[in-house]
Design a protein. Structure first.
Length: 121
């Protein structure tokens, strides 16, 4: 009986690790043509990691600004947020892709990736 319980717990733990990194299906962010909008991603620049734009359809969206804002705290190495501001150029559907990586680690897979669907009306 104990072996069955332990085996069940181990299998559940393994399954949770296997699915922990799967991309979540996000609902499209809806914006109006001509409007600007901001995407905020949690980041910690003190580790060398930063969010980098990896795919953007420049016929549909224009990157207007990118900035990092640390959270106000006295804690050394605290994280913050990275803001990306875009302007919608024409109606349609597109995606914006980001990766969370260190610029100098070219041969290493990114720590995280984020794909955000956009619907422009």
């Amino acid at each position: 009986m104990k072996k069955t319980i332990i085996l069940s717990i181990v299998l559940i733990a393994l399954a949770s690790f296997c699915f922990a990194n799967e991309a979540k299906q996000l609902k499209p962010m809806t914006v109006r043509n001509g409007d600007s909008f901001t995407i905020t991603l949690r980041a910690n620049m003190s580790t060398g990691y930063q969010w980098q734009l990896t795919a953007l359809d420049e016929t549909m969206l224009q990157l207007v600004n990118s900035e990092y804002i640390p959270y106000s705290t006295n804690r050394l190495g605290a994280d913050g947020k990275q803001l990306f501001t875009f302007k919608a150029l024409k109606a349609g559907e597109t995606t914006i892709s980001f990766k969370y990586a260190r610029e100098w680690e070219k041969d290493k897979l990114p720590e995280r990736q984020q794909i955000i669907p956009i619907l422009i009306k």
